[in-house]
Design a protein around this ligand. Structure first.
Ligand code: BGC
Length: 713
């Protein structure tokens, strides 16, 4: 059902008018875990929202219909037995799929496909909503440049333009036109803002972000989510330039509300209001509560500072009740928007029908296939076809099931997964024998030299990335490099498949093998997707959403850095290392296909872009190989001279083009002055006249270059 805005306001006002102060604070409280003794609490009107996140609700041990019934039972307490009868908003970390697990968000970003991200989010929403979950804590929009940070897995990579496009797509997928629909949910853009810049890549650590990076890099994906209508936002755990985000009035109110016009509720992260004490900006719960609420945090997740102190603060005149009313109004509005008052319960039968359907699986396989990035393919080793009569598949992860899910998978089940080794066996053409050895490295090495080709699957267990899972050495886990070295000693071609939640530093490993496929954590259909790719049933089309360092000491390495007065060069007094080559091992935007593409005939529609006009930048792309393929053409610009030093390149668009062998297509990008806005020296957004370089490119390190001048701004 869609609601007219003024009707919603009238309705929210009417509900709010009937609430006691304690009931309002109840709406502003989010509890983790529902247990039997929460029933009474719900009846007292103290539970505005609850996270389905306890072991009881871990989801693995309960069929979908039982989960729906569980949610309904608690909802009945709120709707039928509490004084105000306001439904509870059930939330869950449905991060990259629900029972149907999609690739981790960083893997989804490697598809460079807003369409796939939207479709995947819609599947997750359908499965979650059927179990009574009407609010999901996703998408995570934290730009990350440091692969030590475990949560890089949960975001869309290093680039704000790509992340903004995918943010809007995710919001559309979760919420649709109407989050109240039975197969949609409220989304939550998190962790506002800058959390991904954690110092040293250590989770929860401080962040120091310049006004320029905040505006140009960190805020744009959130702004895109707000423009796409995201219903809610979560404030981060971290301290930004000295102020914790959960007490950051400027960002939570000035930017989010006044500048962007966001009207939904902001929820703190887990315990983050109480952690204002640990940050050293509040002496006690009462101070923490006042700081957070006045800054713009409407709902407190898990900790109880609001409940413990705000009623008294209002009654004693230390806090105007208008703050409480404003927060409660935003929360009630979200509940109306979610259709909870009309449809507080969910249908257990529907939960079974919509979960892990063949269509959902097919989409998960497609997204996983499109997320795989081919990083090396010497002498056209891949696709394997039937040239190699004995393929030996090695590595513990080749036999893995739920290790393919990645971080934040609460509802996927290992039994749903076909391991990579089994999928390769199933996909092998007639006449190709497949042997898999997934335990005992000695045995793996012994089998390697009996092979015509070896597929070696290495990488990270899901618990090695994600929240509180940062690592200092972004190399393969102990023993895996030795295994690669031992296997590579034989004169047998080795295809390395890396399953991981972050870019790993693989300079040496890359040299040792003939082909390298980066699979991220590919989800429930990841095994089949990898096999499809190896045998050429699908064409590789993933592109890196993040730069890959050669070694840990280069971190952070990202493509859109400003120039140095002495740009990095191999020799001389320049901004380079003495021991390691300049630049990443693989640049942002990079990825190979089984065919080749040529770029030519770059045109810029005119030499001048007027402030109120547009120009078109175009180029011809030709499939110069012998197989079909999908190329991702990328548009970059550089503002040559400005009042502040501007990045050496910035992504401003991308297009995927499917081409048959020999076929050509012109890609056309449209640029306006609005695409060239940036933060000036004072941090305010501006546009400046001047000369720009522009590229249409296969990645951030190459491409055809043109130019134009921006005038009249
Ligand atoms: C994480 C959030 C998550 C929340 C609720 C926190 O620890 O930072 O991303 O949504 O927990 O589970």
């Amino acid at each position: 059902m869609s609601h007219d805005a003024s009707q919603i306001e009238a309705r929210v006002d009417a509900i709010l008018a009937g609430l006691t102060l304690e009931e309002k604070l109840g709406q502003m409280s989010q509890y983790p875990r529902l247990a039997e003794d929460d029933r009474e609490r719900i009846r007292r009107g103290e539970v505005g929202s609850s996270i389905f996140a306890s072991s009881q609700w871990a989801g693995k041990d309960m069929p979908s219909a039982a989960k729906a019934e569980f949610a309904n039972a608690f909802q009945r307490e709120a709707v039928e037995r509490s004084r105000a009868g306001i439904p509870v908003l059930f939330a869950r970390d449905v991060i990259h799929g629900h029972r149907t697990v999609f690739p981790i968000p960083l893997g989804q970003a490697a598809t460079w496909s807003p369409e796939r991200v939207e479709q995947g989010a819609a599947v997750a929403a359908r499965e979650a909503a059927a179990e009574g979950i009407k609010w999901v804590f996703t998408p995570m929009l934290d730009i990350a440049r440091d692969p030590r940070w475990g949560r890089i897995a949960e975001g869309f990579g290093e680039d704000p333009w790509l992340a903004a496009a995918l943010a809007a797509a995710a919001v559309r997928g979760y919420q649709g036109d109407d989050p109240a629909a039975p197969d949609r949910v409220l989304a939550c853009a998190k962790h506002y803002v800058g959390y991904g810049f954690a110092e040293g890549g250590r989770d929860y650590d401080r962040t120091q972000i310049s006004a320029q990076d905040l505006e140009d890099i960190c805020l744009p994906p959130f702004h895109a989510a707000v423009r796409a209508g995201v219903a809610t936002i979560m404030s981060g755990f971290h301290n930004l330039n000295g102020t914790p985000l959960s007490s950051h009035a400027h960002l939570l109110t000035e930017v989010l509300r006044h500048r962007w016009g966001f009207r939904g509720p902001v929820v703190s992260d887990w315990n983050a209001v109480a952690e204002l004490m640990a940050h050293g900006v509040a002496a006690n719960k009462a101070e923490a509560a006042q700081l957070a609420l006045r800054a713009g945090v409407d709902m407190e997740m898990v900790s109880d500072c609001y409940r413990a102190s705000l009623a008294e603060a209002v009654r004693a005149g230390r806090l105007p009740e208008s703050y409480v009313n404003q927060a409660t109004r935003r929360i009630l509005r979200a509940k109306v928007q979610a259709g909870l008052f009309e449809t507080p319960y969910t249908d257990p039968a529907r939960a079974t029908q919509v979960t892990l359907t063949p269509a959902h699986r097919a989409l998960a396989r497609q997204v996983a296939g499109e997320s795989l990035v081919l990083l090396k393919n010497s002498d056209g080793l891949l696709p394997l076809g039937d040239r190699f009569k004995h393929v030996v598949v090695l590595g513990e992860l080749a036999g893995a099931r739920d290790a393919l899910f990645g971080t934040w998978t609460l509802d996927g089940q290992g039994a749903d997964v076909t391991p990579i080794a089994d999928a390769i066996r199933a996909a092998a053409p007639a006449g190709v024998r497949v042997t898999a050895v997934t335990a005992y490295p000695d045995k793996m090495v012994a089998y390697a030299h009996q092979a015509d080709a070896v597929v070696l699957v290495v990488g990270e267990e899901p618990t090695r990335s994600g929240e509180a899972s940062s690592i200092a050495e972004i190399v393969l886990p102990p023993g895996q490099r030795e295994l690669i070295e031992a296997v590579a000693l034989n004169d047998v071609p080795v295809i390395l498949v890396v399953v991981a939640g972050r870019p790993l530093a693989l300079a040496r490993e890359t040299r040792l093998v003939q082909a390298l496929v980066y699979a991220w954590h590919p989800g429930v259909e990841g095994g089949h997707a990898v096999a499809d790719l190896l045998f050429g049933r699908i064409e590789p089309q993933g592109r890196l959403p993040v730069s890959f360092p050669r070694v840990i000491g280069q971190v952070p390495v990202y493509y859109n850095h400003p120039p140095s007065g002495r740009p990095a060069r191999a020799r001389g007094y320049s901004s380079a290392y003495m021991d390691v080559a300049v630049g990443p091992l693989f640049p942002f935007g990079y990825g190979l296909a089984y065919t080749t593409f040529a770029y030519d005939e770059l045109t810029v529609s005119g030499p001048v872009l007027r402030g109120d006009g547009a120009i078109e930048v175009a180029a011809r792309i030709t499939n110069t190989g012998t197989r079909p393929g999908v190329e991702t053409a990328q548009l970059y610009v550089r503002d040559r001279v400005a009042s502040v030093s501007r990045p050496v390149r910035e992504l401003k668009g991308f297009q995927k083009v499917a081409l048959q062998p020999g076929a050509s297509e012109r890609v056309v990008f449209r640029l306006t002055a609005d695409d060239l806005v940036f933060a000036g020296a004072d941090g305010a957004l501006c546009r400046e006249a001047g000369a720009y370089d522009v590229w249409i490119a296969p990645d951030s390190a190459s491409g055809l270059k043109g130019e134009f001048t921006l005038e009249g701004v």
